[in-house]
Design a protein around this ligand. Structure first.
Ligand SMILES: [Mn+2]
Length: 318
């Protein structure tokens, strides 16, 4: 972190980016970094592969984010919440033109692709890491606090995941000094389903599948609509209600021969290792991959692997 702070002080122009399929932590940490650098009188551009989802447009300065870029050159490319440079999508070309790549992330699977790498797999979010940098520069204000809070809040599943610790709450209690309204942030992000979306969630839930021990729970979705509202976490939050279940999976059909798979685990299973086996990655308790297989083939392959992988796990007897 010290080297990164020096790099920030010594550089003039910055490109900020994050992983594809933007969510709260990626956007929260990007916008907090943007405001920090602006306060330090730097030239800053945020450039992402994907457009900002509607639910996150309430974040300050979200309108400055670009989805295309002329051949700009930057002193520093600041890559946030991104385990691998290829996950920045089309932004990767611009990274190659930066004099220095700074990589700040909390994914266990991070490939350390930067010239400077600050990876903390124990941090619940990248926003939590960004808080420490903002704290060093003593530039915290209400807008930065709102962005960091949103990143921490969403990446911890509203403070319910195993990545929450006293550090998370210490930071949040400091952010709360800036007069944030957690209930309003919650409503803005989560209370947005249309009746049609609710019915869709109902359909997914009613077709859940389980292994014989009811330790693994999964759903296959042939018509996944990747629109504003990300239903992934909603479906997982319902799956998590299942007593003693450990591994949760979502199989989404991308096209005839491509399937996206999201993994979650409760306490014991390292789903980063499972995703890695299938060419993906992420965190111990949340990861993902995409297979060049049909939905049915991917389901068969992955579920039989997960069954074998979790077989022999010492489950707490009831
Ligand atoms: Mn994150």
């Amino acid at each position: 972190m010290k080297k990164i702070i020096e790099k920030i002080q010594d550089s003039k122009s910055f490109l900020i980016t994050a992983h594809m399929n933007l969510e709260g932590d990626a956007l929260g940490s990007e916008l907090a970094a943007y405001m920090l650098l602006k306060k330090l009188k730097k030239n800053v551009t945020i450039y992402n592969n994907d457009p900002t989802p509607q639910i996150y447009k309430f974040l300050p300065y979200s309108r400055v984010i670009k989805n295309s870029l002329d051949n700009g050159r930057f002193d520093v490319a600041l890559v946030l919440d991104c385990s691998d440079s290829s996950r920045t999508g089309k932004v990767k070309d611009s990274l190659a033109r930066a004099k220095c790549i700074v990589n700040i992330d909390h994914h266990t699977s991070n490939t350390c692709f930067g010239d400077l790498n600050w990876i903390n797999a124990n941090a619940g979010s990248t926003s939590q890491m960004l808080y420490k940098i903002c704290d060093k520069f003593k530039i915290m204000d209400k807008k930065i606090a709102l962005c960091l809070y949103t990143g921490i809040f969403t990446d911890t599943g509203n403070f319910t995941y195993a990545n929450v610790d006293k550090e998370t709450h210490r930071i949040v209690s400091n952010l709360m000094k800036y007069n944030l309204h957690p209930h309003r942030i919650y409503e803005t992000i989560h209370s947005r389903c249309t009746p049609l979306e609710l019915s869709f969630i109902g359909k997914i839930i009613s077709s859940l599948k389980f292994d014989s021990d009811k330790r693994i729970c999964w759903a296959t979705i042939s018509k996944w609509k990747d629109d504003d509202y990300d239903l992934t976490e909603v479906v997982f939050s319902v799956m998590r209600l299942l007593k003693d279940a450990e591994v949760f999976l979502l199989f989404k059909r991308v096209d005839k021969n491509r399937t996206r798979i999201n993994f979650r685990s409760r306490l014991r299973v390292d789903v980063n290792r499972i995703a890695k086996f299938f060419g993906g990655g992420g965190h111990k308790r949340a990861s993902g991959t995409t297979l060049n297989d049909s939905l049915a083939v991917a389901e068969k392959k992955v579920i039989s692997f997960v069954k074998r992988y979790t077989n022999g796990l010492k489950y707490k007897s009831k």
